[in-house]
Design a protein around this ligand. Sequence first.
Ligand code: PMP
Ligand code: GLN
Length: 381
Amino acid sequence: MLQTKLPKVGTTIFTVMSQMAAEHKAVNLGQGFPDFAVPQRLVDELDRAMRDGHNQYAPMTGVPALRQAIAAKALACYGAQVDTDAEITVTSGATEAIFNAIHAVVRPGEEVVVLDPAYDCYEPAIDLAGAKAVHVPMDPRTFAVDWSRVQAAITPKTRMLMVNSPHNPSGAMFGEADLRALADILRGTDIFLLSDEVYEHIVFDGRRHESALRYPELRERAFVVSSFGKTYHCTGWKIGYAIAPPALSAEFRKVHQYNVFCSFAPAQHAFAAMIRDEPEHYEQLGAFYQAKRDHFREQLLATKLKPLPVPGGYFQLVDYSAVSDLPDLEFVKWLTVEHGVTAIPLSPFYENPPAGQRLARLCFAKNPATLDAAIERLKKL
Ligand code: PMP
Ligand code: GLN
């Protein structure tokens, strides 16, 4: 008889809500993806790469020009010296990188500390490794991390700690003090760090992204993961990467090699050219999204939804308690069916959702017309 290895896994909330949005012709602010165009230069470069014949297997670790561009960006953005050959691996999205990192170093019976609300792909990868996710909740309102609770969750079995800043779903960002607290906890242990930084360039109000790459003490035990899907408005291309010290990268690559071997070659050439020739794109991404955030928040004031602060990322959390007392999953379904706007509930991001939390996530990586259409509907709540 088939006995599932992943009894807790069903269809992801992102798929469920996108399907529901399509069925009910709702404005889909649920699943996080932009509804505007990829930069023209990137499309041209992809076209060129395919026409130039870059259509066969890429090197297992990634196209050299792309790894060089990633190394140059890590130096420019975070002052990190990264070895192009030994420390960077290009992957099929951040999702693959996260899976590889966990499987590279976490053994059956070990523990991985995750901070709730946590992105949905973390725990299934931990489960498949035969390990156990140990969930530490963030503050249910501010999404700050109580590092003393993280410290208390560490046991002799802890092999990895996973963090995500800017954070999905809340948009919360680590400050320098968070990284220092993290370093204090990890110092003198054998615990690896997985730093999920896919929203690294979507930061607002002059805040600095505290990449683990800035902190040598963290970097020496870290897999730093990012994704071009977020930075270049192309979530469907699924290209990301992991930066890790040589010994960690070597283990990571053993998994990558037999998981996918290599990722879509033409896009790697396109990103290499794009990063090298137009750094303005990622340098200005924060300002680009900040304008969207500000406009959307201002419009939300005309509704009964209360927007929470958004330091980074492209999600707006709203408190809907003035509209409904439904639990969040029921609320977002009701909102889709009855009001034609789709959001994502927070409870699927938790092991134990905080009692009475009445928050939903709206994605503002959308054209003005999409956001305006959503607001018109939300005003009627
Ligand atoms: N981590 C976080 C926090 C994310 O939000 C996402 C995607 N939205 C990913 C990882 C996965 O990225 P990718 O689509 O490149 O696999
Ligand atoms: N990361 C996206 C989000 O948070 C969803 C990705 C997916 O659908 N798997 O909305």
